[in-house]
Every structure is written in structure tokens, then in C-alpha cells.
Design a protein around this ligand. Structure first.
Ligand SMILES: Nc1nc2c(ncn2[C@@H]2O[C@H](COP(=O)(O)OP(=O)(O)OP(=O)(O)O)[C@@H](O)[C@H]2O)c(=O)[nH]1
Ligand SMILES: [Mg+2]
Length: 267
């Protein structure tokens, strides 16, 4: 067993599976792979089984129905944490995330808890992405930054490396999001838990094979949730302000009660 587990969620990725798993194993990083397949109708799960049968570094988790990217990752995380991996990686199956970045990202984990592959820091870029998708992604990150008051350039990216001990500090049972909003949800919890988060530039390439599972309802879910978290954050800040303000008069009252300072005369 290697120390790092790369979790790859799949739904109908038969034309990408062998290619992405092979590249991951050849990336130069010593890793195991866990494919989390939600019963893909196109037979991705069976392909993953065939890979696992010829390479002991590859494991497969079969789930019965399409339950969303977040649910797949949560199941993958608990599988990896139970088995004692030191680092857990999130990576898409469609080739948008290049496994060749893994050695560098794992190196950054030596003094960080969470490494984010980032499209929107200097040096990061997207290849072959339609302008509409780029605007949506940049806009989403911009909105999330403002709503949550965080300084992360790429808040929605899904190429990430977690230190397992740090991931344990997040109460994963309480992560509400099961769809794509999961990425923001988890980042927000990581920051609130005080994890050391770093962004590193990546080139993100539009998928060549298969279809995207992104949809309008996914975007609406994210928008609603981020707005709600932002409002909660602001109301918490207002409550803290009120509590602090209330304390002030009592502090003043105490100092009044103490009365004039008695000077001790030196001999
Ligand atoms: N197990 C599982 N995997 C999923 C599910 N939905 C998406 N995935 C996988 O999650 C990864 C990301 O999904 P994509 O459809 O590529 O979505 P995206 O990368 O956010 O969007 P695009 O840029 O349009 O490709 C892929 O590996 C998918 O196969 C799901 O419900 N269950
Ligand atoms: Mg994709």
C-alpha cells in the first residue's frame, strides 16, 4: 500500500478510465487509486474492476445509483481514512486534471494541510474551455470570495490534496452538499477549521471524451447555498459585535466601582 490515495469519482467515463488511471499510476507519485463508480450505465465500473484485477494499486468502490460527486467523495474519504492513507486526493476522471501535477502537489503538502490545484492564480490556465464556462467558473469564485470573505482564487476547483490528519478535523458527517457545491462546502469548512490551505497553478483541460454532468440546477444549488452560508457568516459577525458592545458598559461600570486609585506614599 502506498501512503497516498487518489480518489476518482466516475459516472459514464468508459473512454477516459484506463487512460486516467494509467497516467495517475505513471505520474511519478507513489499512489494507490480508488475509483468510486455510481453504477455507470456505460460499464465504467466493470472496466475499473478489470484494471484492479491486473494492478493491486487500483481499487474500486461500486455504488448503486448516481448520488452526486460529493457523496462519492465522502464515501471515498471514509474508505481511505479507515485504511490509514496519509494523503487523500480528489481528481476528476475526464482528463481535465493532469495527474502529472501530483508529485509537486504532494510536495506542497509537507507544510500545508490542503493543496488546491488552481486555475485562477498566476500561472494557472484553462485549455479549450468555452468562454461561457470560464465566465461561470470565474464568476462563481468571485461571488464565493465576496460572500464568504475568503481569499481563495479558485474556490470551485476539484483537483485537491488533503492531509488525512487535517481532513479528520472536519466533521465530514455534517457536509450537506452532495452535488458539485460540495467543493465549496468542503473548502469553507477547511478554512473555518483553521487548515493551512495553499493554491498552486494548474492547467485545466476541457474533457475530450464523454459528457459533462454539469447542469443549471447544479449552479443554482451552489448559488443558493453560498448565499446562505454568507448570510450566516454575517449574522454571526453581527451577534459577536452586539455581544462585545454589551460587555463594554459592564466593564466601565466595574472600573467606576473600583473608585479612585489609592496612592501608596513612598517612605
Ligand atoms: N461517482 C460519481 N461520479 C460523478 C458523479 N457526477 C459526476 N461525477 C464524476 O465527477 C467528475 C467531474 O464531473 P464532470 O462531469 O467532468 O463535471 P465538471 O468537471 O465539474 O464539469 P465539466 O468541466 O463540464 O466537465 C467526473 O469524473 C465525473 O465522472 C456522480 O454522481 N457520481
Ligand atoms: Mg469535467
Amino acid at each position: 500500500m502506498n501512503d497516498t490515495l487518489v480518489i476518482i469519482p466516475t459516472y459514464d467515463e468508459k473512454d477516459n478510465l484506463d487512460w486516467i488511471v494509467g497516467r495517475t499510476l505513471d505520474s511519478g507519485a507513489a499512489v494507490d487509486v480508488l475509483v468510486v463508480d455510481d453504477g455507470s450505465p456505460d460499464g465504467t465500473g466493470a472496466l475499473a474492476d478489470a484494471y484492479a484485477a491486473r494492478d493491486p494499486r487500483v481499487h474500486v468502490m461500486h455504488r448503486t445509483e448516481k448520488a452526486g460527486l460529493g457523496a462519492a467523495y465522502l464515501a471515498g474519504f471514509s474508505w481511505g481514512l479507515e485504511r490509514g492513507y496519509d494523503a487523500l486526493v480528489e481528481m476528476d476522471a475526464d482528463g481535465s486534471h493532469h495527474p502529472e501535477y501530483l508529485p509537486g502537489m504532494l510536495e506542497l503538502l509537507s507544510d500545508n494541510d490542503l493543496v488546491l490545484g488552481s486555475r485562477w492564480v498566476p500561472g494557472g490556465e484553462v485549455e479549450n474551455w468555452p468562454l461561457r464556462r470560464e465566465l461561470l467558473s470565474r464568476g462563481g469564485s468571485w461571488y464565493t470570495r465576496g460572500a464568504l470573505g475568503i481569499r481563495v482564487a479558485d474556490t470551485t476547483g476539484g483537483f485537491r490534496v488533503f492531509r488525512s490528519s487535517a481532513l479528520r478535523r472536519i466533521d465530514l458527517d455534517r457536509v450537506e452538499s452532495r452535488g458539485y457545491c460540495f467543493q465549496v462546502d468542503l473548502l469553507w469548512r477547511a478554512l473555518q477549521a483553521g487548515l493551512r490551505v495553499v493554491e498552486t497553478p494548474i492547467t485545466f483541460t476541457e474533457r475530450v471524451h464523454g459528457a459533462s454532468k454539469m447542469s443549471g440546477s447544479i449552479v443554482r444549488e451552489s448559488l443558493t447555498k453560498v448565499t446562505l452560508w454568507g448570510l450566516r457568516r454575517r449574522s454571526r459577525a453581527v451577534v459577536e459585535l452586539v455581544v462585545r458592545h454589551r460587555r463594554l458598559p459592564s466593564v466601565r461600570a466595574t472600573s467606576h466601582r473600583v473608585g479612585p486609585v489609592r496612592r501608596v506614599q513612598p517612605h
